[in-house]
Design a protein around this ligand. Sequence first.
Ligand SMILES: [Zn+2]
Length: 267
Amino acid sequence: MEAINILGTGSAMVTKCYNTCFTLSNGEEHFLVDTGGGNTILANLEKLNINMDKVHHVFISHKHNDHITGIIWIIRAVAQQITDGKYDGNLEIYCHKANIEAINTVTSLLLENKFTKYIGDRIIFCEIYDRCKISILDWEVEFFDIRSTKCLQFGFNTLLSKGEKITFLGDEPYREELFEFASNADYLFHEAFCLYSQRDIFKPYEKHHATVKEACENAAKLKVKNLIMYHTEDRNLTDRKKLYTEEGMEFFNGNILVPDDLEIINL
Ligand SMILES: [Zn+2]
């Protein structure tokens, strides 16, 4: 059964949860979307009983360190399993050219040759570009440039086995140029840095982020069925689900999901 396994839900500087990343699972294997900023990627995969040998596909949306740095740990863990004879096949890393360079540079500086020797052999980069379509597990995934003004960033969309459309917009708000990718999505991932009512505390607009209000207004305009809000602040974690849903309902009639770390959304 297809599911989303939420590994992290926080924005860059959170300390009470992990940075935003998740897997899209077909019930057997996992397509990992972003890796968060550190070793907690390994801890949270383990907590969700996702063995590394079930992860052969990773997408890195952009090179901010709350999304990319966890790949160092993924590469190290996969390399270790290859060495131990416990990892079949290759690890494919999907990202744009600058990210390939960044990952190569950082791994060459920080990881021992016994790990990096598999890069280019069993750990393979797959360069993505705007509107490229790649078969990943059971899905044809279309990657697209989210038109960030800060840092080249990609999102993606795909159709699930029952034809439902799932769209991931990275960690910036929806832009009109992305209409075709996000309209009528059955599941839309849209960042929501904080509540609109708390915008003066968290200052989302200075960081090119949206609040719950804008995420929900976009979801309404796009006629989305299920809105998944993530990449949030962490000072409301205990009540985040309730607070964000209450505010969001004023602007969006569809289903609002505000997952916690380690939550599983069955599709
Ligand atoms: Zn981020």
